[in-house]
Design a protein around this ligand. Structure first.
Ligand SMILES: [Zn+2]
Length: 280
């Protein structure tokens, strides 16, 4: 079996110890397997992604001694390709437009509903047809229909990371209750949802193994569902532990105190960085 993995940072801040750990693990796994390691910039957040962060990340990864195969894939350079997939979901009858504001959604779920997470959309716009879509509407996944279309098909993934190791099957009741009708596209803001773009690009880049932090584990069932709906291959997942600060909190995106560039300027070596994240 070929082994192809990737590191997929968002160029919205400096590369810190947590990112370095993730990149090194993915890189080392690929090299140990005689496989490939790809680099992808997840820059669909057009407001926050900046070319200077992109350049800084490339510089830090190079300094760390990591090498990647092929050109860097930047999501912002192929945004129109995502539309083709959204069109497919639409043709399958799995999308509906939604004009609810965050406040609308909060009001609709204000009556405590047992077992319903506050992040799960209450379904206010569920009866709307795509023909009623207005400029500025988001597109939501009709989860009930998606599950109906997946019935009888295997929707599962293999996990090789320590914490969640094993085979995971996606449970329909849990998907309804915990995931619900997620937003797949929001014009003007985030053109395509992070989790969808990421899963589609894993397909696009032929990724066989997704190596990433445990904080993204909860996205996996949804991503696997979306891939199965599109009849695309499901990769093996490897969710690694997170690098935490001294207080046990996971490193934030903008934790400049732990930026690789800061350690570099203080004279640290790539070997020091590996030691700091427990990789020697
Ligand atoms: Zn709505």
């Amino acid at each position: 079996m070929t082994f192809r993995t990737r590191f997929a940072p968002s160029p919205t801040g400096p590369l810190h110890l947590g990112h370095a750990y993730s990149a090194i693990i993915a890189h080392d796994m690929a090299r140990a397997a005689g496989g490939e390691f790809l680099l992808r910039m997840e820059d669909t957040d057009l407001q926050r992604a900046k070319p200077e962060w992109d350049a800084a990340i490339v510089e830090d990864l190079t300094w760390l001694g990591l090498t990647w195969d092929g050109p860097i894939l930047r999501q912002s350079e192929h945004l129109t390709q995502y539309d083709a997939y959204l069109d497919r979901f639409e043709a399958m009858g799995l999308l509906y437009p939604c004009s609810c504001s965050r406040a609308d959604i909060r009001a609709a779920v204000s009556a405590p509903q047992e077992g319903v997470s506050h992040d799960v959309y209450p379904g206010t716009c569920k009866q709307r047809s795509m023909a009623s879509r207005k400029a500025g509407d988001a597109l939501r996944l009709h989860m009930d229909r998606a599950l109906a279309q997946l019935q009888g098909r295997t929707v599962a993934f293999q996990e090789t990371g320590e914490t969640y190791k094993g085979q995971h099957a996606i449970d329909a009741d849990k998907a309804l209750q915990d995931i619900g009708d997620v937003v797949l596209s929001r014009k003007g803001e985030e053109i395509i949802a992070y989790f969808l773009a990421s899963a589609l690009d894993d397909v696009h880049q032929g990724i066989t193994h997704v190596v990433r932090g445990e904080d993204l584990f909860d996205f996996t069932p949804l991503q696997v569902m979306l891939l199965r709906l599109l009849e695309q291959p499901v990769p093996v997942y490897h969710h690694h532990r997170l690098i935490r600060d001294d207080a046990g909190k996971r490193l934030a995106k903008r934790d400049d105190a732990r930026a690789i560039s800061k350690y570099r300027s203080e004279g640290a070596t790539p070997q020091d960085i590996r030691r700091m994240v427990g990789l020697t």
